[in-house]
Design a protein around this ligand. Structure first.
Ligand code: PBG
Length: 328
């Protein structure tokens, strides 16, 4: 048999690490990473979250210490979520607009200590409602759009007042971006940004997060009347483009790994920065397998670089502390 020698040898560019590094097409930089954190009332409190190995709810003082440490290492962005005691929750999520609630106090204190860190503050009612929905409901349990948007606008103004750099509506109500932008501008917060969770799928991968913010046992029904159907791709463009028109500065897609096609499509179609959230379930899945030894921790960077390859500019990930040490 006559052997046919390769005329083109792509393996040349994989010959050694130095060459591979030189031709690498995507890179993770510390500037790209945002660390989501859970905050709890009290002092010197560190509570493990059962479904999220190595992730803790921290009191404000410990949150500040953690942010200081990571900020020094180069992580600039932090996304904050409050864990509220059930006694603070009601049907209407009243505490969401209280300027002295846990999240507003946390933002003020963090900004006092580390003014340069970039704070992304979630806008939605689920940490505050007894039914676990992101909005208010009628007597039949339907999540009401316009009534919810009114509350979200007030919640956003309080977060902006406390010093949030970006308010981040994660509720998926219609027309919340234009109303929040308008309210911020009319209240003197024209420099507070909006990162919209514009393309948020009704995903099973949020399970551990709901454990972390204490809404998992409360949720009545599901979020499918506002979050998107995982089967739909074009609809993502309707949501993303609407939110850009309405005034969003950054467009978020979430979850991450199951929706790489959506990231890629969105990046091609809009000019604003695109963020992706590697959500709690994605994190815990990988982390459990790494901890059991069944996967090597190479999967951390592999699961992050795929977001860059798909076109994401900013990556929210619970692996942020590990990533910063790996790329250092
Ligand atoms: C709720 C919110 C959720 C997440 C961020 N904001 C969960 C949900 O919609 O139920 C999920 C993040 C994660 O799973 O890590 N407003």
């Amino acid at each position: 048999m006559n052997f046919i020698k390769p005329t083109i040898r792509p393996r040349r560019l994989r010959k050694n690490k130095e060459i591979r590094d030189l031709v690498q097409q995507n890179n993770i930089h510390k500037n790209d990473i945002v660390y989501p954190m859970f905050i709890v009332e009290g002092k010197n409190i560190k509570q493990a979250i059962k479904s999220m190995p190595d992730i803790n709810r921290l009191s404000i003082d410990l949150t500040i210490k953690e942010i200081e440490k990571l900020f020094k290492k180069g992580i600039k962005g932090f996304a904050l979520f409050p864990y509220n005691d059930i006694s603070l929750k009601d049907e209407k999520g009243t505490q969401s607009t209280n300027s002295n609630n846990l999240i507003n106090r946390a933002i003020r204190e963090i900004k006092k200590q580390i003014p340069e860190c970039v704070i992304f503050a979630d806008v939605a009612l689920d940490p505050y409602t007894t039914h676990g929905h992101d909005g208010v409901c009628d007597e039949k349990g339907n999540v009401l759009n316009d009534e919810t948007v009114e509350i979200l606008t007030k919640q956003s103004i309080e977060l902006a007042k406390s010093g949030a750099d970006f308010v981040c509506p994660s509720d998926m109500m219609d027309a919340r971006i234009i109303n929040i932008r308008n309210a911020l501008d009319n209240s003197g917060f024209e420099n507070t940004g909006i990162m919209s969770y514009a393309v948020k799928y009704a995903s099973g991968f949020y399970g551990p997060f709901r454990d972390a913010v204490g809404s998992n046992n409360l949720l009545k029904g599901d979020k499918k009347t506002y979050q998107m159907n995982p089967a739909n791709k074009k609809e993502a463009l309707i949501e993303a483009k609407l939110d850009v028109q309405e005034g969003a500065d950054i467009i978020m897609i979430k979850p991450g790994m199951p929706y790489l096609d959506v990231i890629s499509q969105t990046k091609q179609e809009i000019n604003n920065p695109v963020a992706v959230y590697q959500v709690s379930g994605e994190y815990s899945m990988l982390k459990n397998m790494i901890d059991s030894g069944d996967l090597s921790d190479d999967v951390i960077m592999e699961s992050i670089i795929c977001f860059k390859r798909a076109g994401a500019d900013i990556i929210f990930t619970y692996f942020a502390p590990q990533i910063i040490d790996i790329i250092d």
